[in-house]
Design a protein around this ligand. Structure first.
Ligand SMILES: Nc1ncnc2c1ncn2[C@@H]1O[C@H](COP(=O)(O)OP(=O)(O)O)[C@@H](O)[C@H]1O
Ligand SMILES: [Mg+2]
Length: 264
């Protein structure tokens, strides 16, 4: 095996190992968390008795049938929504006690979102879309420029800075959305069915990108319907009717373990 390949293998092994609770700082901790939606007369128990811990460097897939609470869980992790009961700590901060503006500030710094429908702003260019969250953060212009170029380079979209989203393919739009998510170096990347609107070739390209980001140390929580893509993650959380019914490590992690790497 070449040295480069060996180094990559070691790096992936370390990322996977870190992703299974051995080293990284605890980023997400949910304790007996629940979420109830009240609409007219109907009460929907979207999440119940959720206990969840995610550590720095993990790549977590969240799987389960439609309506089981995946998006709700991701929205709470990303501070877009609040639990009805229970405790949520993000990087050891009990975030439910914060004001809406403090939550928005933390969200902007700590969280990078990737959505199924890309959610780029149609009348902003690729460059401006990636820059926008950094502008909200009041980052100085030269630093913004450096980060936007770096992020677009990372996803292979530097040649399209002046294009508008409608001038790009779905796969390209999602790569720009990934650049927007990573531009601010967030603690956690949250992706809600990031391949759901893409054909398999573009879907795999986006998954490869997420896998590379993870190998470089990113922490990722990804909702997916597709068991093939869940395999990319070191750990899969299975939800059913708002409850966690399974929390397992993927074959890749097991294979590493069998190959003698320490994965606890
Ligand atoms: N804003 C909302 N108001 C009322 N009910 C909601 C709302 N968001 C989600 N729900 C309900 O909560 C449950 C979980 O939804 P969701 O988290 O979107 O599931 P998934 O992403 O797994 O398909 C569903 O029954 C859904 O109808
Ligand atoms: Mg959903």
């Amino acid at each position: 095996m070449s040295e480069v390949k060996e180094a990559t293998r070691q790096q992936e092994a370390q990322a996977l190992a870190a992703g299974n609770g051995s080293g990284g700082r605890e980023l997400v901790r949910m304790t007996d968390l629940s979420k109830v939606f009240l609409t007219e007369e109907v009460e929907t128990h979207a999440l119940a008795s959720i206990h969840l811990e995610v550590r720095e460097g993990e790549f977590l897939a969240i799987a389960g049938p439609s309506g089981c609470g995946k998006t709700t869980l991701l929205s709470i992790i990303g501070l877009l929504d609040s639990p009805t009961a229970g405790e949520y700590r993000l990087a050891d901060v009990p975030v439910q006690d914060l004001s809406p503006s403090q939550r928005a500030q933390i969200r902007n710094r700590e969280i990078g979102f990737i959505f199924q429908a890309f959610n780029l702003i149609g009348d902003l260019t690729v460059y401006e879309n990636v820059e926008l969250p950094l502008t909200y953060r009041k980052m100085a212009a030269p630093e913004r420029k450096r980060r936007v170029h770096e992020a677009l380079e990372r996803v292979g979209m530097s040649h399209r800075t002046r294009h508008y989203p409608s001038q790009l393919s779905g796969g390209q739009q999602q790569r720009v959305a990934v650049a927007r998510a990573i531009g601010g170096s967030p603690s956690v990347i949250l992706a809600d069915e990031p391949t759901g609107n893409l054909d398999s070739v573009n879907g795999e390209a986006v998954m490869d990108l997420l896998r590379e980001l993870h190998a470089d140390g990113a922490t990722i929580c990804m909702v997916t319907h597709d068991p093939r893509y869940a395999q990319y993650a070191g750990r899969t959380l299975h939800l059913f009717d708002g409850r966690i019914v399974g929390d397992e490590r993927s074959d890749a992690a097991h294979e590493l373990e069998e190959a003698g790497f320490e994965v606890d």
